[in-house]
Design a protein around this ligand. Structure first.
Ligand code: HEC
Length: 404
C-alpha cells in the first residue's frame, strides 16, 4: 500500500459534500440543459439568466395566465449553475411580449443558501439574453401598477441612479466594472425578504414578497431624485421599514468593503452569506434589530465577527474572519470519472476522517488491496465486514474510482 501520495489529496468530508451536491444537480438540472445565451435562440425558446447571485436549480415559469402558479401547458425550465434557462414556448399561443417570467427555488450560488425569494421579469419580445433579477422584479411591480414596461424601467433606473441599460446588465458578470450594480441588487433582495417575512402572516413567502415589492413600487412612483436602496426601503409603508433599511445599508457597506479587500469576490460571498445568517436570525426570532441579531450570533459562535459586519467597529477584521472560515470549505477538484464515487463515499466515513488510515493509503495503484479483506473473517475485522458488504462489481467501481 502506498504510504505517501504525490497526488493532491482532497479532504474527505468535502468529497462527501460534493457527492451529495452532484446528486442534487443531477436531479434538478434537467430542464436547464442547453440554456446557452450565447448560442442563437431558436424560434420558440426564450433564454436568459436568473441572478441574485446566479440561481442554480431554480424553477423558471412562463406565467401565461398571470396567476403566478405553474399550470398545465405553461412552460417551465430549470436554471443551470450559471443561472441560465431556456423556456420552450412553442405550445403557447399568446404573444411573448408582456408575459411574466417567474423564478423561484434553487440555490443562490454566491452563498450556497436555498433561495426562498421570488424574482420576476416581463418578456419584452427579445428571445435571448433576458435577465431576471431583483431590479427586474421591481420593474415588474411597477408594470403591475399599470406602467408600461419602458416607463417602469425608466422609473426604476432613475430612482436608483442607474441607466435603463444597467437593468439589463448581468450584475455578476459586470462585477469588476460595476460593483455597485451587484451590491445594490443583493441589498435590495435581502431587504425585500426581511420585510416580507415580517409581514407574511398566512401568505406564502412569495406572495408576501410581491406585496413588499408593490409598496416599494409606490415609493418609486413618488420619488423624484436618485436614492440608495436603504432610502427607498425606509419610505415604504411597512412595519419594519427601518429594519429593512438597516439591513440594506449594512449589506451594501459590507460588500463594498469586501470587494475592495484582498479577498475580493471570495470575501464578498463569505460576507453575504454571513449577512444572510443575520437576516435569518432576525426573521426566525421576529426581533428585527440587526445589532441584537449580531450579538446573539456572536454569543453562539464565539468572537465578534457578526457585530463587526453589522456595523460595529472592526468591519474589515470581520470580513477577514468570514473569508477565512469560508476558505476552509472550498470545493475540491474531482478526478475525470466520477463513476463509483458515491459507493466510495462510504470509505471516506473512516479513512481520512480520524477513523483510520489516510486517503492516500487506499487510493492510487494499490486501491485493489481492498479485495484482500474479502478473504478475512468479517467477525473481528471491521474493514473485512465493510468490504464484504459490496458486490464484486461494486468493488470494481470503487477501485476504478480510487485508482484515478
Ligand atoms: C468502518 C470503518 C471503515 C470503512 C467504512 C472503510 N474502512 Fe478500510 N479500513 C478500516 C480499518 C479499521 C482498516 C485497518 C484494518 C486492518 O488493519 O485490518 C482499514 C484498512 C483498509 C485498507 C488497507 C490499507 C492499509 O493502509 O492498511 C484498504 C485498502 C481499505 N481499508 C480500503 C477501504 C475501502 C476501499 C473502503 C470503502 C469501500 C473502506 N476501506 C472503508 C476501516 C474502514
Amino acid at each position: 500500500m502506498q504510504k505517501l501520495s504525490t497526488c493532491a489529496r482532497p479532504p474527505w468530508p468535502q468529497l462527501l459534500g460534493c457527492a451529495l451536491a452532484v446528486t442534487l444537480t443531477a436531479c434538478g438540472g434537467g430542464g436547464g440543459g442547453g440554456a446557452d445565451t450565447s448560442s442563437p435562440a431558436s424560434a420558440t425558446t426564450l433564454s436568459g439568466t436568473a441572478v441574485d447571485g446566479y440561481l442554480q436549480g431554480a424553477r423558471v415559469l412562463l406565467d401565461v395566465n398571470g396567476n403566478g402558479l405553474p399550470d398545465a401547458g405553461e412552460p417551465t425550465a430549470t436554471t443551470d449553475a450559471n443561472g441560465r434557462y431556456s423556456l420552450d414556448y412553442s405550445q403557447v399561443s399568446s404573444p411573448l411580449a408582456g408575459l411574466r417570467v417567474v423564478v423561484t427555488g434553487g440555490v443562490d450560488t454566491d452563498t450556497g443558501n436555498a433561495f426562498t425569494g421570488i424574482l420576476t421579469a416581463r418578456a419584452d419580445g427579445a428571445r435571448s439574453g433576458q435577465l431576471v433579477s431583483p431590479l427586474t422584479s421591481l420593474v415588474d411591480a411597477l408594470v403591475a401598477e399599470g406602467f408600461s414596461l419602458d416607463a417602469a424601467r425608466t422609473r426604476v433606473a432613475s430612482a436608483l441612479g442607474l441607466s435603463v441599460a444597467d437593468l439589463a446588465t448581468d450584475p455578476v458578470a459586470a462585477l469588476a466594472s460595476q460593483p455597485a450594480l451587484y451590491t445594490r441588487q443583493v441589498a435590495l433582495q435581502r431587504a425585500v425578504q426581511l420585510l416580507a417575512s415580517a409581514e407574511q402572516g398566512s401568505d406564502t413567502a412569495q406572495a408576501a414578497q410581491e406585496k413588499v415589492l408593490r409598496k416599494l413600487a409606490s415609493v418609486i412612483v413618488a420619488q423624484n431624485s436618485p436614492a440608495t436602496v436603504g432610502e427607498l426601503v425606509v419610505r415604504a409603508n411597512l412595519s419594519q421599514a427601518s429594519a429593512g433599511r438597516d439591513l440594506a445599508d449594512a449589506v451594501e457597506d459590507a460588500l463594498e468593503e469586501a470587494l475592495r479587500s484582498q479577498g475580493g469576490r471570495a470575501s464578498a460571498k463569505a460576507s453575504l452569506k454571513a449577512m444572510d445568517q443575520l437576516r435569518l436570525e432576525m426573521e426566525s426570532s421576529r426581533d428585527y434589530s440587526l445589532g441584537r441579531a449580531a450579538t446573539r450570533l456572536d454569543e453562539r459562535n464565539g468572537g465578534s465577527a457578526y457585530s463587526g459586519l453589522a456595523g460595529g467597529t472592526g468591519k474589515a477584521e470581520a470580513i477577514n474572519t468570514f473569508t477565512r472560515r469560508a476558505g476552509t470549505a472550498t470545493t475540491v477538484s474531482q478526478p475525470a470519472s466520477t463513476a463509483g464515487r458515491l459507493l466510495a463515499s462510504n470509505c471516506f466515513q473512516c479513512h481520512g476522517t480520524g477513523g483510520v488510515g489516510g486517503f492516500d493509503r487506499i487510493r492510487g495503484s494499490d486501491a485493489a488491496e481492498v479485495r484482500d479483506y474479502l478473504r478475512k473473517p468479517a467477525r473481528n475485522d471491521i474493514m473485512a465486514a465493510h468490504a464484504q458488504g459490496y458486490t464484486s462489481a461494486q468493488l470494481d467501481a470503487i477501485i476504478a474510482y480510487l485508482k484515478q
